[in-house]
Design a protein around this ligand. Structure first.
Ligand code: G3P
Ligand code: CA
Length: 286
């Protein structure tokens, strides 16, 4: 891992104070249950039924991956192409919103997981970010990822426009209804420059067992309140190093109860799961 962009991308006028210094009293004791793409182990990912199940199953956050249509609308979808999770083919950026809305975002799930199939999933639409927020309101919390930001110039500005429209931003991690995550440091720094109060989570992709240095933690702390990475790449030392730096740590994607328990023992502050019902059980000692 290398974070080399910070010096050039932290804009003049925004402070480089430790992000956590801006969040006094930040609650790191609450263990966050993040419904990954909704309760996507039970229902088609990034659809309203999946998000509703995530809420019903006591997820603290609805996770929303963002892609952007040809005509500039932010939609909830993981992949840059529509192929895997709809009946269409091709790149999202080549689709207008009207064309995206004509796709079936649920039948693939019924075909792939007949034991979990539900006729209600047939023909459901890809939701826009605004539709998700309008459906779940400001009582919900959203864990939003800027996907492929290099493909979608302006996606950060559009995201912030929507967050402001619905009053979802707060002065710190506790008051904000959103956490913003990305593998792209450049995208997060852009968000930080647009609104230094936004709580940001730096996602990190490791190919080998993960380590993290003091310098890296210091750099992350300049703009982020936490980090996320594959649960399979970390150990207790890594978790404790992150926690000792005052950062949140939310590994993904954890679908096994024993792994959930192990990560909690190591000191993680939450995790992404396709099964928020399982994590809720674990958090309640079941
Ligand atoms: O955002 C956490 C995790 O979702 C990152 O992986 O590929 O599922 O978006 P991915
Ligand atoms: Ca994600």
């Amino acid at each position: 891992m290398s974070f080399v962009l910070l010096g050039s991308l932290l804009a003049a006028g925004t402070t480089s104070a430790n992000a956590n210094e801006k969040t006094p009293g930040m609650n790191t004791s609450k263990l966050l249950n993040v419904a990954h793409r909704g309760a996507s182990g039970h229902a088609p990912e990034h659809t309203i039924p999946s998000y509703k199940l995530g809420e019903e199953m006591k997820g603290d956050y609805i996770e929303v991956d963002l892609q952007m249509t040809k005509d500039g609308t932010l939609i909830a979808m993981h992949d840059e192409t529509v192929d895997r999770t709809t009946n269409g083919t091709g790149l999202v950026k080549d689709y207008t919103l009207e064309q995206i809305k004509a796709l079936d975002a649920g039948s693939w799930f019924n075909d792939k997981y007949p034991e979990k199939a539900d006729p209600a999933y047939e023909g459901i639409q890809v939701p826009t970010l605004e539709e998700v927020i309008q459906t779940f309101g400001t009582g919900a919390r959203y864990y939003i990822e800027t996907k492929s930001p290099d493909v979608y110039p302006g996606m950060e500005e559009e995201l912030l426009r929507i967050l402001n429209k619905y009053n979802l931003t707060g002065v710190n991690e506790r008051s904000s209804k959103v956490l913003i995550q990305s593998f792209s440091q450049e995208s997060l720094l852009k968000m930080h420059n647009l609104n230094p109060n936004l709580p940001l989570i730096q996602l990190i992709s490791y190919k080998e067992p993960a380590t993290i240095s003091e310098d890296e933690l210091q750099e992350l702390s300049e703009y982020a309140v936490g980090v996320g990475m594959s649960a399979s790449k970390i150990d207790q030392t890594y978790v404790q190093n992150v926690r000792n730096a005052g950062l949140l740590i939310h590994p993904y994607t954890v679908n096994d109860k024993e792994e959930m328990k192990r990560l909690l023992d190591w000191g993680v502050t939450g995790m992404f799961t396709n099964y928020p019902d399982l994590l809720n059980d674990v958090l309640h000692g079941k």
